[in-house]
Write a protein that binds this ligand. Structure first.
Ligand code: ATP
Length: 228
């Protein structure tokens, strides 16, 4: 359901940030994307979200050839994808509830459906008791729970998480991963870029290793073998 065929990406006139990527990800998979800084992880994720355009090759997502999606249709395509950021990207002047609610408002959800759904996801990520707090009143782990609530509130098929535990300590990272694991168990595809080798050891998932824009390893096998 996500398929990269001979995909390369060159920014401006620089070197290839991705070079000949072939990758297939089935609906419901959980994939860790790892590799040194500059290996191309964020670039690969940005191609899926259509934040960047590929230079060569083809990418299909949920049956759409994404290079063919017209600019004015991209927002509709992106409704299939929830994004979780390293720095949370919460609106500082909005409460927890409002930060999640806004994701439903922008796609024109029936107002009657918004409150129950927002509270449902806030319960799911275990932050409902703080629905009226502002981001400055929350810990990093709590902020990321809100970030995840916002990402899942519109029921996407895919979650893209770029270093989403990068600002968290080990306990918070683990509970965020547990949460993503639960979401994945409901059939949502999760693709997570990470530097966190401890997480790879703890959560036995498929690991795709990038190096200098190429996939050098793609395994569902024993993750303790991975050494990047
Ligand atoms: N907007 C951009 N313009 C030009 N070059 C870029 C741009 N974004 C990324 N690159 C280059 O593409 C390559 C891959 O970068 P990318 O951010 O995808 O790596 P990464 O694996 O996500 O790294 P990190 O772990 O540090 O986030 C790097 O050489 C980087 O300098």
């Amino acid at each position: 359901m996500i398929k990269f065929t001979n995909v390369s990406k060159t920014y401006h006139d620089g070197d290839k940030s991705l070079n000949g990527i072939n990758l297939g990800i089935k609906q419901g998979e959980f994939v860790f994307l790892v590799g040194h800084s500059g290996a191309g992880k964020s670039t690969l994720l940005k191609l899926i979200t259509r934040e960047e355009k590929l230079s060569e090759g083809r990418i299909s997502v949920l049956g759409d050839e994404i290079t063919k999606i017209k600019t004015n249709k991209i927002h509709k395509y992106r409704r299939n994808i929830g994004i979780v950021f390293q720095d949370f990207k919460l609106l500082k002047d909005k409460t927890v509830f409002e930060n999640v609610e806004i994701a439903m408002r922008v796609i024109g959800t029936n107002p009657n459906k918004i409150k129950p759904r927002v509270m449902e996801v806030l319960h799911k990520v275990k932050i409902a008791d703080k629905y009226n707090k502002y981001p400055s009143e929350l810990s990093g782990g709590e902020c990321q729970r809100v970030g995840i609530a916002r990402a899942i509130v519109n029921k996407p098929s895919i979650i893209i998480a770029d270093e989403c535990t990068g600002n968290l300590d080990i306990d918070n990272s683990k509970s965020i991963l547990n949460l993503l694991n639960d979401i994945n168990a409901e059939g949502v595809t999760i693709i997570m870029a990470t530097h966190d080798i401890e997480m790879l050891k703890m959560f036995s998932k498929r690991v795709v290793v990038l190096e200098k824009g190429k996939i050098i390893k793609d395994t569902k096998r024993d993750l303790y073998e991975v050494s990047v």
